[in-house]
Design a protein around this ligand. Structure first.
Ligand SMILES: Cc1cc2nc3c(=O)[nH]c(=O)nc-3n(C[C@H](O)[C@H](O)[C@H](O)COP(=O)(O)O)c2cc1C
Length: 259
């Protein structure tokens, strides 16, 4: 499952629920930096053992980023997914029209240090220049992060062969072909088109290639695998499914933790 910031507006434990579903399905779950569940809480609530990965937005406050990385390490996360396609937040008209912001009873615990340092609010500032890296993340940041963690690095948001090959030079374990579900920038290439160029270029390098964006059918997944992807990630469909057919109060973890 791909990383969703999961403002679980009415339901603070949405990430835990999705983790449980991932465990049942035997698939990786990736927790967002901006999730409303903490790295530690999610790891502790793990019902079985699906691999957990941590997504990293490189925040302005470098100590805040280090805290996220250390927390991921000590809580058994298996990889660090660095999102590189969100140097600034794209103009998302639906969010702007609906004036979406985090309700006061929720917080973004993984950004606590970064928010504190910036004297910023989880409700309004998590994607603002107060907290996010300005100027945007660079290859130097990738080298720096690699030097401070043993976790494998995955770069999420790569769309060109040039960047993919550069990522290999920087020693990343995998690249994740993604256009952020088309939510960041209009007119981005489709990820299947990008994958069809990137996967052959990386063949034999040892760097794995993943992909997400618009996968809705099993046949979509098969096409990506045939084009050279090692794995396919799913974002919105799991949110739609939850919205449509899950009644939170009736759901219980195996250990009877009521959601
Ligand atoms: C509500 C929502 C929140 C998202 N939050 C994040 C995030 O915090 N970090 C990130 O790297 N990508 C985020 N994404 C992008 C997804 O990880 C993923 O790239 C995209 O949703 C895949 O496309 P799909 O939804 O068509 O499967 C988000 C997407 C959605 C729909």
């Amino acid at each position: 499952m791909t990383t969703n910031l999961l403002r679980s507006y009415d339901w603070n434990k949405l990430s835990n629920f999705l983790l449980f579903a991932a465990a049942e399905a035997g698939v990786v779950y990736t927790l967002s930096t901006t999730a409303t569940t903490s790295i530690k809480d999610l790891a502790e609530s793990r019902p079985k053992s699906p691999p957990l990965w941590m997504q990293l937005y490189v925040v302005k406050n470098r100590a805040g980023a280090r805290t996220i990385i250390r927390n991921a390490e000590v809580n058994g996360y298996k990889a660090l997914v660095i999102t590189v396609d969100r140097p600034i937040t794209g103009l998302q008209l639906s969010r702007w029209r609906n004036r979406i912001k985090l309700p006061p009873h929720l917080s973004t615990p993984n950004l606590a240090d970064a928010l504190k340092e910036a004297n910023a609010s989880a409700q309004t500032d998590i994607h603002s220049s107060k907290v996010q890296v300005i100027p945007p993340i660079t290859w130097k940041d990738i080298a720096r992060i690699k030097s401070i963690t043993k976790l494998p690095l995955i770069l999420k948001g790569i769309l060109t062969v040039e960047d993919a090959l550069k990522a290999v030079k920087y020693g990343v374990a995998a690249i994740w072909v993604s256009n952020h579900g088309g939510r960041q920038l209009d007119c981005v290439p489709t990820t299947l088109d990008a994958l069809s160029k990137i996967a052959p270029a990386l063949a034999g390098t040892g760097c794995e290639v993943y992909v997400d964006g618009g996968f809705r059918w099993g046949s979509d997944v098969l096409k990506a695998l045939a084009l050279g992807a090692r794995a396919v990630f799913i974002g919105r469909p799991m949110l739609w499914a939850l919205n449509h057919s899950v009644s939170p109060p009736s759901f219980k973890f195996e250990n009877n933790t009521q959601l």
